[in-house]
Design a binder for this molecule. Structure first.
Ligand code: HEM
Length: 464
């Protein structure tokens, strides 16, 4: 007979959830994220109205749509996406490592500093201080503060992760990598073109920055959360650990090589352009393995997606991810670029990635976590369903509409029609975008109101 000396999980003195997770902070991050999403959507609506010649605020410089377009993209990336990820990491990292973050006071300091960075960026942009690189518009004087903030974030979450003994769960590989990559990517985009290189070299670095922000900041944090939530909701492990490895290392290897696919047909040397095209196609293959892994995990319990709302959000995002990657493999070719470059195809693609994939994942996670944070069910679960259908449906219409509109614009330019004709062709597509955008905006307001009522309900329950 063999005697086992290793304690079973139930015998180990595990720290309690409350000792690990600062729940209040998770909620604050979610509220901040949703508020910035509201601002970003209003900014998007203003820009969209300008394009259909219905700008409601035509003569006010501070409210000019060009500036609000930058507020739109910055508030989404740094206000919504980053805040939501930080909130989720405050939940996930301590639960997976069984250790709290490095310092809770630091967590609060980072929270306030980050809100300051996002607000100051918006104000700086409106005052005309933006820098000329998309997503890197942050005024010069804020860059060092944001960079220092990212270092503190890396220390705060990195400390519990590196103390883990034994193999790391896949979520933690993604998180650890993202902490390092985000710090480096931000530095590359906000300091290198500004102070060290110019001309086509600066263009190449800029392309790398834009792409790495999506690939090395948003993507690893996004897949990291998916590897955490999906097995929990399905109550089964991931289908293949081997495929998780392929996905992670494929991302690490191919993503940093492809930034120049944003600048095809430019003076950047052709060997770099060809390299970017090849590595983009290679990455699409890797991505398919990740999707197969998630579909394999769902296999046999597919009906759960219909019943379980957060799971539906996650798998809808995976479906959009597959579509965007398919699109990417096409649009990265030189043949296709000749048609769609500078068209609304790209804007449709951008909305599908940022909202259809990552925001839906984050909104799904919020839908799952808010009742756990507030210790009460949603005030109106029905509204959560409405929020899902209007957000996912609105996005599908918006992205489909812009992608199609982009083709018409490309054909108009290829036929050497006057510029004005391509604008006329676009107006119906831009009008449909407004309708879809207003539906998404309405859904967002409903979600925030539901959250507010749920918070009120939780207070009433606690007071009893
Ligand atoms: C109320 C809903 C929305 C409306 C009306 C809207 C509208 C717009 C408009 C008009 C632009 C500028 C397009 C151009 O310059 O031609 C834009 C760009 C962009 N929007 Fe939105 N948007 C909305 C929601 C969102 C959401 C929720 C996200 C992400 C989560 C998002 C991400 C982006 C991105 C990444 C770009 C930059 C696209 C590029 O440079 O190619 N938008 N949006």
């Amino acid at each position: 007979m063999t005697t086992t000396l290793a304690p079973t999980l139930s015998e180990v003195d595990l720290p309690r959830h409350e000792e690990l997770v600062e729940e209040r902070l998770v909620l604050w991050y979610f509220v901040a994220a949703l508020t910035f999403m509201l601002v970003a959507m209003l900014a998007g609506i203003l820009m969209g109205l300008q394009l259909i010649r219905h700008n409601p605020l035509p003569t006010i410089e501070l409210l000019s749509p060009g500036r609000w377009r930058m507020v739109h993209t910055n508030a989404i990336a740094y206000g919504f996406i980053a805040n939501a990820f930080l909130g989720l990491m405050h939940w996930i990292v301590p639960r997976l490592t069984l250790r709290p973050v490095f310092d809770r006071r630091l967590s609060y300091a980072i929270f306030f500093a980050w809100q300051f960075v996002v607000l100051a960026t918006a104000v700086g942009i409106l005052l005309g201080e933006a820098q000329g690189l998309e997503w890197g518009e942050t005024p010069v004087w804020i860059d060092p503060l944001a960079q220092a903030g990212l270092l503190l974030v890396a220390i705060n979450f990195g400390a519990p992760i590196v103390q883990v003994k034994g193999p790391l769960y896949v979520t933690l590989w993604y998180y650890l990598a993202a902490l390092v990559w985000t710090f480096l990517t931000y530095a590359m985009g906000n300091f290198v073109p500004e102070y060290f290189v110019c001309g086509s070299s600066a263009g190449a670095v800029g392309g790398l920055f834009i792409h790495d922000l999506v690939g090395l900041f948003v993507t690893p944090l996004g897949w990291g959360m998916m590897y955490y939530f999906v097995p929990i909701l399905l109550k089964r492990p991931m289908w293949s650990h081997g495929l998780s490895l392929v996905g992670f290392w494929g991302l690490a290897f191919f993503y940093p090589l492809q930034g120049i696919h944003h600048f095809l047909y430019t003076p950047i040397p052709m060997f770099l352009q060809y390299g970017a095209v090849l590595s983009t196609i290679a990455l699409e293959m890797v991505v398919v393995t990740v999707i197969i892994n998630f579909v394999g995990t769902l296999y046999g319990t597919g009906s759960e997606v219909l019943r379980n709302l957060p799971l539906r959000y996650f798998y809808t995002g995976i479906a959009f991810y597959f579509l965007t990657c398919l699109q990417c493999a096409l649009q990265t070719t030189l043949t296709f670029q000749a048609l769609i470059h500078f068209t609304d195809w790209v804007v449709g693609h951008a909305h599908m990635v940022m909202f259809g994939v990552f925001s839906l994942w984050q909104l799904g996670a919020m839908t799952y976590l808010v009742p756990r944070l507030l210790k009460t069910d949603w005030y109106c679960p029905e509204w959560c369903e409405w929020h899902y259908w209007a957000s996912a449906g609105g996005l599908l219409v918006m992205a489909g509409d812009l992608i199609l509109g982009g083709l018409f614009q490309g054909w108009s330019w290829a036929a050497l029609q006057p510029w004005e004709s391509s604008v006329q062709v676009s107006i119906p597509f831009w009008s449909v975008r407004m309708v879809a955008g207003l539906v998404m905006f309405g859904a967002h307001v409903l979600f925030m109101y539901n959250l507010f009522k749920t918070w009120q309900k939780s207070r009433a329950v606690t007071a009893l």
